[in-house]
Ligand binder design. Structure first.
Ligand code: ASP
Length: 344
């Protein structure tokens, strides 16, 4: 059967072209993608495209954008074998994380990609990223089911679980990293899938469920030596704030000043959710390892283990949207839903 892929163009560097007169980068009409990448015709697939209008720099991404994007995927879910989302790199890790929580029971590939150099430039990384993403989105196993059945980011020969990624390089073609989870596939002469790391649905054919109620009453607070009480208190007293992602040191340790622990304790004591995540690029929070971590457990924080900040924020948006009572969110956050947290 002919494979059908939907390309969804949202904006970002990948879809830009240099205006020959002004030399400025401008988005090109994405319906003409085959003119820019004639190689696409060599796939024997049906490749349809959908373009956001207007397209956006991903620095402008908002939760309403994720709702629109998830809706497009849901509306076209039965019509296509896979989805490739062309997206700016700046917030791609947030968008891929968000979609991984918003699309429950996903069984088809949703592959985000983009580029560091526009597709119209000679040394662009965009063509390879696009072509390989399409191939990955169309890949089937011998059982006829998709090889990839989750939200991913493909960049510079590596396929990652989307909610495990972080953008860590603003210059190199290798812009993304997934420090706590191995690549799902490596693309060289052959595509090598890491079968053990890929998500497999417990059964096939479950209906896709869309979560579009996103509650954004979340703050991210990064501690640093010298952080002051008025600053912490002003964040925690933000009107309506329901949850905080606290970026701590190392394996989840913080300053032990009584004012700091007191402020956190007051917030959790009045029902607020605080998730302890690490500022480190790799490794996990273990609040039982040091006295300076244990004090955070006593202040009522929950353990983010090895979740990225991007995944923590977007998971909170979805959980808070689903559960009006913070107690439920406190209970549910530590349970992995889309492979975003390691068990140990
Ligand atoms: N600012 C751009 C964006 O994220 C950068 C990129 O596409 O890589 O949309």
């Amino acid at each position: 059967m002919e494979r059908k892929i939907l390309l969804i163009y949202t904006g970002g560097t990948i879809g830009m072209k240099q205006d020959p007169e002004t030399l400025l980068l401008k988005p090109f009409d994405f319906r003409q993608i085959t003119r820019e990448v004639p190689e696409l015709k060599k796939f024997g697939y049906v490749i349809d495209s959908f373009s956001f209008d207007p397209v956006i720099d991903s620095s402008d991404v908002k939760p309403s954008f994720w709702v629109e994007l998830a809706g497009i995927i849901k509306d076209n879910y039965s019509l296509y074998d896979g989805f490739v989302v062309l997206h700016g790199t700046d917030t791609m890790a947030y968008s891929a994380s968000a979609l991984s929580f918003m699309l429950e029971n996903l069984e088809k590939p949703v592959i985000f990609t983009g580029s560091q150099l526009p597709i119209g430039m000679l040394r662009t990384d965009g063509k390879e990223n696009l072509i390989s993403s399409i191939e990955l989105a169309a890949a089937q196993g011998p059982d006829g089911h998709p090889k990839v059945s989750e939200v991913c980011i493909y960049f510079d020969s590596q396929l990652f679980r989307g909610n495990r990624t972080t953008k860590y390089n603003a210059e190199n073609f290798r812009a993304f990293r997934s420090a706590n989870y191995p690549p799902l596939a490596e693309v060289g002469i052959h595509i090598k899938f890491n079968t053990a790391a890929l998500y497999r649905p417990p059964e096939w054919g479950r209906p896709l469920i869309l979560h579009t109620d996103l509650d954004t009453r979340v703050a991210v607070l990064k501690i640093f030596p010298g952080i002051t009480e008025p600053f912490v208190r002003s964040v925690l007293s933000t009107e309506g704030l329901r949850a905080v992602v606290l970026e701590t040191y190392g394996s989840g340790n913080s300053l032990s000043d009584p004012w700091f622990l007191g402020a956190l304790g007051e917030f959790t004591g009045s029902g607020g959710v605080i998730v302890n995540v690490t500022q480190c690029q790799a490794g996990m929070v273990d609040m039982g390892a040091y006295a300076n971590g244990d004090i955070l457990r006593q202040a009522g924080l929950i353990c983010g283990k090895d979740v990225t900040t991007e995944a923590a924020v977007t998971k909170l948006f979805v959980l808070l949207g689903q559960y009006p009572d913070n107690k439920d969110v406190n209970k549910l956050f530590e349970i992995g839903v889309s492979g975003e947290i390691s068990e140990k």
